[in-house]
Write a protein that binds this ligand. Sequence first.
Ligand code: GLC
Length: 709
Amino acid sequence: MDNGDYWSATWQPVKNPLDDYKCRHGPSYTKIMAKKNGIESEILYFTPLEDNCELWVLKLRNDGSETRRLKTFSYVEYSFPHALADITNLDWTNQIMRGIEEDGVLYMISHGTDSKFYHASSETIAGFDTDRSAFIGPYRDLGNPQVLEEGESKESEAPNGNIIGSISHEVELDPGEERRIVHVLGDEYADNSRPILSKYRSLEKVDAEFERLQDNWREYFEKLQVDTPDEEMNAMLNRWNPIQCRTTLYWSRSASLYQTGTSRGMGTRDSSQDTFGVVHAASRSAKKKLEMLWELQFEDGHTWHQIYPLTGEGGPGLAAEEPEKPQWFSDDPLWLILGTCNYMKETGDTGFLEKRIPYQDAEPEPVWNHMRRAIDFTDTHRGVYEIPRIGYSDWNDTLNLDHGSGKAASVWTGMMFSHVLREMEKICRRIGKEKKVQRYGELRREMKNIINEHCWDGGWYMRAFDDKGRPIGTSKERYQKISLNPQTWSVISGVAEEGRGETAMEKAHEKLNTRFGFALMHPPYEGEDERIGGTTTFLPGAKENGGIFCHAHTWSMVAAAKLGWGNRAYQYYRQLLPLAYNDECDLRRTEPYVYCQNILGPEHPDFGRAANSWLSGTASWSYVAGTQWILGIRPDFDGLRIDPCIPPKWSGYKVIRKFRGSRYDVEVKNPEGVAKGIESISVDGEELDGELVPAFEDGNKHKVRAVLG
Ligand code: GLC
């Protein structure tokens, strides 16, 4: 206030240079710190665990030797509560919005709808604005808003147009003095603002809520902590990877910078896989998610592809855009079986199989029946050579081969089916369904034989068959001669016959691996081709058209580990590791601590640029690959399996793993420098036979010592 200078405590949008700037992201919070002319500021952003509001805690400190008079201005732009209308009907949305001030609280009201957002603070306000044009002023932008330049709010109450919230405070700081102001944002209809506002006037309560939030995370992280020779791997597995996994569990792909939240709900396929990365630390949430997803199933065994979490309404997802094509996806219900198996292996709760869950079109039945029906659906929907039909697509949304002949089939789904059948056999053995063990075993062997007989291309496995029964992913095609998924899954599923898994993975490495990871296939298509579908709409090297699809890349780590390729498994892990690209942010353009969905491939002019960070199955699968296949600590029905596959140069590592109420302090030593193979293993000093550490379920701490050799 003394010299008219102004700046952004958030670095931007006002571009007047700062003396210092730092931004720090942590679990469920962000802190932005700045220094300017002897004033230090820090803003902490977080949402409390239970109260439905967002807090911005601004701290100001006078580092100089004179008393300083400042004014602060908050700023928030509201989106219209109905996202589609916000894009398509400005004529309407612009005329029904209002911004008002009542007792120092700003409200954004949309006339005639149930929404009223508020913005308030813990201190008496010195001024406010709700009209964007008034705040910014004509012919200006957020770099030099009129209100900041003049140092005076306009007290604007917007009768229409773009509504903002800006609250101003006057702050006088003596030398060394510090002040904190809490800003609160929320939804008046969802939660009455009064109790929330009075609570967060108290700085002690704000601090206590922040501590609770951090405690909640600490408890989450404690479930699995690793200490390997690779610091970046440790940082990802101990912090950021779990943070991302929990985030994808809540949000799936529904709303983000990349998915606008208007058409993507939660996917059966995606959300099932998201449970894989959280089940060890949030098994109840994983179970709840699985229950919700099983409800999307129909009595014939197929499932809806997606659900809108706010309404609970299911639907065929992107298949709805092409109603002439099948409205089901061949892999959806199979992922649910895997999610359910993982849940039971982690918790031992096989009682879940008896939980009754309704179908979309029929009365509730036990989860076990849901699983059985999913298998039956795949079994009874076969295309060419009796390989499972692909449906609208398999895991690859853009492989839309089915044009009605009933021949189009997915080799990859066949492999996944085999993998799932093997899990079903294990469960049946446990619950004493011997006849089913036999049936599923036969089905699995049949699938394996079919694939080895008809889908081996000489050096690798084919990807799929088109509507006329012609193969895709074979050297005889011009494009997509080789595809990644059937190579990785031939190993994961155990479908590959002697030696073929190694050959297939070796070829995949040779033809698809790049500095940033595996391209999904090669060579990419060069223009739209109805026969193939969505893949061919992308530029060569982008997304499913030969881009590096990170989720698919993660399966290469699992496959390499299964083959005992310690160096390769680790190389593939590092190729995707966000922290390994800390110095290449300008190229990548995604956060260096979060996995992303795709990276542009070598044929693309922007090779190496990443996109769709946060909301990707890459998070859960990288976590599973890192902890369960490289470090090899894998839950099983009767205990924890210790089966590492590490780079031979590692001399060992440690893992603390909580499992069914007990704590396992695992130390693995590698004196002979091998990649895989347990020489000896002891628990609390007693030698074990085999690699399965029992599930003690006793609440105690147990020392596990494993020696590779
Ligand atoms: C997207 C979808 C996912 C799909 C993948 C490959 O990430 O969310 O369901 O498996 O693309 O097409």
